[in-house]
Design a protein around this ligand. Structure first.
Ligand code: ADP
Ligand code: GN1
Ligand code: MG
Length: 376
């Protein structure tokens, strides 16, 4: 293991780590993972004997989460609910759900001197986390998210806080995009007319799922809302799905969106920020594989929800593209970026993917209907 980062270099990480009673000598804390939102570190401790012990330390993004205490209340509620279910099924709750390490004074999270909230979770070892998928891995992740959805079907939804208000409200996302365009804080709009037109000409598409919800065709469920491939851990040995991560946006939502965000990220033939747009397509084989895994696990979905799955994939792709472009107009304040045009590139790539989904619309619908029939 490599530990280039020594926590003494970062007074805040040092302050946070001092709030915890760690079981052994602290070796270091390195930035970890590919998340766009939270500050994630891998913390390594060395006991006198035996292997190093690792933790994941996360500082919650205040830009994304205005009420982190409510978020942590959700986290505790969901993980204890899942732990009970895993226990009842004879599974291993320490590997199949996230858990928290309490601070020295017995609290489930620590608030630092700047007011930022941090949590410490045991690192789930002997697992893999992927940025891109083979069909086998993608099917495993489909089962994980489908199972997650199924396990939460009787979760008391009314007890959940809305950690990001209107998170997947696509009409509201569209309105917020227009407001950012109007403000045009950095004068960037003049150079991105084509991208702006892409969003504006698809205004109607932002209402399709919400209308189905309002009309009672789609039910509101407890959903994950951020079902990227890198938000699930797979067991290194069995290659099966093990644990769903990133529970910060678990809220009432649409099953089609959980399905759709997975497709957007995992069934794409290129990375979310690929610059060469000709490389970006939706792979219909990966789409089929995910559909099968998801529907096998989420057996609670209604026919209306199953029919809505392709629409969920397209809507989530258009939504995130709109969010990336809005953040570009706002001056890159929400998503972590690696270079100045990063959000613009991400938006373009997602536009290309959304357009490809529209071109493959009939194929997607046929796949969903065939898989659903086979499973019945
Ligand atoms: P973000 O909200 O920034 O996306 P995540 O909660 O998804 O943060 O964590 C980022 C990455 O850290 C994950 O993609 C995964 O690789 C890793 N990770 C998070 N929690 C754990 C854990 N308990 N055990 C092992 N790896 C983890
Ligand atoms: C963010 O946290 P992360 O990196 O898993 C974002 C998602 C976007 C995604 C795009 C809380 O997910 O909504 O789809 O980036 N999460 C939040 O990659 O905004
Ligand atoms: Mg994540």
């Amino acid at each position: 293991m490599n530990h280039p980062y020594i926590p003494e270099n970062d007074p805040i990480v040092q302050e946070v780590l001092a709030a915890y009673e760690l079981p052994a000598t602290l070796l270091g804390a390195t930035r970890y993972g590919q998340g766009h939102i939270n500050d994630t570190f891998c913390v390594v401790c060395q006991p006198q004997e035996g292997d190093a012990i690792r933790y994941i330390l996360q500082g919650l993004s205040s830009a994304a989460f205005p009420h982190p205490e409510e978020l942590m209340e959700n986290f505790i509620g969901i993980t204890s609910f899942l732990r009970d279910k895993v226990n009842a099924e004879g599974g291993d709750p320490m590997r199949e759900t996230l858990s928290l390490v309490n601070t020295r004074d017995g609290k489930p999270f620590y608030t630092d001197s700047n007011g930022k909230v941090w949590r410490l979770t045991p690192f789930i070892e002997n697992t893999d986390c992927y940025q891109s998928a083979t069909p086998e891995l993608f099917e495993a992740s489909a089962r994980a998210f489908g199972r997650f959805q199924y396990m939460l079907k009787d979760y008391p939804a009314a007890t959940l806080h809305e950690t990001i208000v209107n998170f997947h409200n696509t009409e509201d996302r569209y309105a917020k995009f227009l407001a950012a365009l109007e403000a045009d804080k950095l004068g960037r709009a003049k150079d991105i007319q084509e991208e702006i037109n892409f969003v504006v000409s698809r205004k109607e598409d932002c209402s399709v799922a919400l209308k189905a919800l309002r009309d009672g065709i789609l039910p509101l469920r407890v959903t994950h809302n951020d079902t990227k491939l890198n938000n699930v851990l797979l067991d290194k040995k069995t290659r099966k799905s093990l644990c769903v991560l990133d529970l910060d946006t678990v809220m009432p939502g649409l099953s089609a969106y959980d399905f759709g965000d997975s497709i957007r990220f995992g069934a794409a033939t290129a990375a979310e920020d690929e610059k060469d747009l000709s490389k970006m397509e939706m792979d219909l084989h990966l789409f089929e594989v995910y559909t099968r895994g998801f529907l096998e696990a989420a057996t609670n979905l209604t026919d209306g929800e199953i029919r809505a799955l392709p629409m969920g994939a397209y809507t989530m792709t258009l939504e995130v593209a709109t969010r990336f472009l809005k953040d570009y107009l706002d001056g890159d304040i929400y998503f972590r970026t690696a270079y100045p045009e990063h959000n613009l590139i991400r938006a373009r790539t997602q536009f290309a993917l959304a357009a490809d989904m529209k071109a493959k619309w009939d194929d997607m619908q046929k796949i969903v209907s065939d898989v659903a029939k086979q499973l019945r």
